[in-house]
Design a protein around this ligand. Sequence first.
Ligand SMILES: C[S@@+](CC[C@H](N)C(=O)[O-])C[C@H]1O[C@@H](n2cnc3c(N)ncnc32)[C@H](O)[C@@H]1O
Length: 292
Amino acid sequence: MDLREGNGATRVPPSPSPQAGLVEGPGYVFDNDSTHSHEQHACLTTAYDPITLERLAATGVTAGWRCLDVGAGGGSVARWLAERVAPSGEVTATDIKPHHLAHLAEQPGLVVLAHDVVADPLPEAAYDLIVARLVLQHLPERDAVLRKLVRALKPGGTLQIDELDASYEPPLLTPDDATAELYRTFLRAKAGALRARGGDPHWGQRVPAAMRAAGLVDIDPRPYLRLRSAGTAELRLQLHHTHHLRERLIAAGLTERQLDEVRELLLSPAFCAVSSTLYSVQGRRPEGVTGR
Ligand SMILES: C[S@@+](CC[C@H](N)C(=O)[O-])C[C@H]1O[C@@H](n2cnc3c(N)ncnc32)[C@H](O)[C@@H]1O
């Protein structure tokens, strides 16, 4: 089986389809249909591409490789991969709501598909390299999806999963104790909003063990911690969440007034906190062993 049109996947036209966005992403707390999603992808690209791309480069990805980017979002990782594997390789960029990838549909060596990694099939033993960043932690079916990704790797192929762990992200500098507590309340509400949709805000730290359980070897986990301080993409992402997740944060118990106060705090040049930890984890499918 090849992951092209059919088999549950739909090729994305170069301009946004009028049908785009009619599907609700199962388990996914953010939403590519939201007016805020462009800003979300911009923040993720700025904050995490330097890490993700450095790790991908270390796999030796080069001309001729076949790669898959699952839940490709704004497409910056897929675009970078397509340049690396040109002219003889190919990158497939999938997303359940792929309209932010439409601008990539005419790039040589890059196939953009509407594809639900939970429900739709993937070809077996097809890819030298698969990357999934900030996708599986949102999906209640993450362990089954992980096994599906392992089966989609060629023997000897590499899976890279980059996921956040929000279990440690303390405020370091705030105007006073009350605003530090307000910030913690915001973080708790955000974690609650993720969990309410079946997400696991701590999944980053569980990725290495999950990869081993799925049959991968040579597991190589790298944690990355940053500052949320004025001018950083990490801080901008938090501010963005106060808008993108507004309804869900209110449902999780925050008031409109608290949200306004959180925004004011995040915009204060005096504010500084520890980011959540990004775990970039690579694992390899053993040679000559079929996936579990
Ligand atoms: C937090 S964004 C991350 C985007 C991109 N990987 C990045 O790190 O910049 C998660 C992406 O996964 C997509 N997604 C959510 N559920 C999905 C599913 N079941 N199958 C495929 N993609 C999915 C979303 O539409 C969204 O674009």
